[in-house]
Ligand binder design. Structure first.
Ligand code: GDP
Length: 303
């Protein structure tokens, strides 16, 4: 779609330009070619493991044919990338909604990755689908987080339940669920404090929130979405590994893809973390959130 094309412009420009250079002049697919291909893939944050898997597959394909760098060779690369992404991925790209009543979705992630913005965008998206949406200000730790959520709530027209700064986030969640049930809301998005530097607190806080949600809404939380900033590369990968240890992350929202030329990180996440990317952020406005579609995404990188 148009949104993908615009949001991935930086990645596309760099990546497809280098790919085109690599595939110019029908050069022979030799070791020099593989070296350069690896460099392009690693440079786009595809990750070491995925890069090796792609080039190994290509080596096998071209071995017997003494191939030239052609469209067919490029097609093998694309297909391998899609395959790496989709392997083991039986989950739908959509988010898990509670068919019986209130859906509760927790958003986790460190400060600055775009968590609040993502909650605003998601609220907007599901409101457009006719859902009644509410927000819970579960980040009581950071000064300004509650205020910021209220700003987004007003912008998209969703009620925000909040408590005191410094208060117990689990109490906010409890109040928010009660309110959401009373108002027969469809989806409650819960903001949380992403204190990775204090892992024990982070874990305790998330567990406590989850216990409350589980008790109040059977089957909840229906998603625990980790928000990662695509522009931070390896840092994002490390954050993901830490959060994976702290709680059961069910999906990833990858933000700021419009701000990086390294959109290949989607493959690295899939390969190394085995958590599906559910949404991608492609800009700062409330419309700039898209359900992630691996086919569209990967083909988009080459167009
Ligand atoms: P939080 O601290 O994780 O809640 O982060 P915020 O939601 O406050 O976002 C931090 C900054 O990133 C803000 O300036 C947002 O406008 C910006 N931002 C968030 N998502 C995206 C995105 O997908 N693309 C771009 N370009 N900027 C984004």
């Amino acid at each position: 779609t148009e949104k993908y094309e615009k949001g991935l412009e930086k990645t596309r420009k760099t990546f497809s330009q280098r790919m085109n250079e690599l595939f110019a002049n029908f050069r022979t697919v030799d070791e020099d070619f593989f070296d350069e291909l690896e460099e392009v893939l690693i440079g786009a944050d595809v990750g070491f493991e995925s890069t090796m898997e792609i080039t190994d597959a290509l080596r096998q394909e071209v071995k017997l044919k003494n191939a030239k760098a052609s469209n067919e060779v490029q097609q093998v690369i694309i297909e391998k990338m899609v395959e790496i992404y989709e392997k083991g991925n039986t989950d739908k790209p959509e988010i898990n909604l509670n068919a019986e009543g209130l859906t509760v979705i927790l958003l986790v992630g460190v400060n600055g990755v775009g968590k609040t913005t993502t909650i605003g965008k998601m609220a907007h998206l599901y409101k457009q689908e006719g859902k009644k949406v509410m927000l819970a200000a579960g980040d009581t730790f950071r000064a300004g987080a509650i205020e910021q959520l209220h700003v987004w709530g007003e912008r998209v027209g969703a009620e925000v339940v909040s408590g005191k700064a410094g208060g117990d986030p689990a109490a906010v969640v409890f109040d928010a669920i009660k309110e959401a049930k009373q108002q027969e809301a469809d989806i409650l998005f819960v903001d949380t404090a992403g204190r990775l530097q204090n892992k024990v607190n982070l874990m305790n806080e998330l567990e406590k929130m989850k216990r409350i949600i589980e008790r109040e809404i059977p089957g909840g939380p229906h998603e625990v979405l980790l928000v990662l900033d695509a522009t931070t590369g390896q840092n994002a990968m490390n954050q993901a590994k830490e959060f994976k240890k702290a709680t059961d992350v069910t999906g990833i929202v990858l933000t700021k893809l419009d701000g990086t030329a390294k959109g290949g990180i989607v493959l690295a996440i899939r390969k190394e973390l085995d958590i599906p990317v559910k949404f991608v952020g492609l800009g700062e406005s409330m419309d700039d959130l898209q359900l992630f579609d691996p086919n569209e995404y990967i083909y988009g990188l080459f167009s």
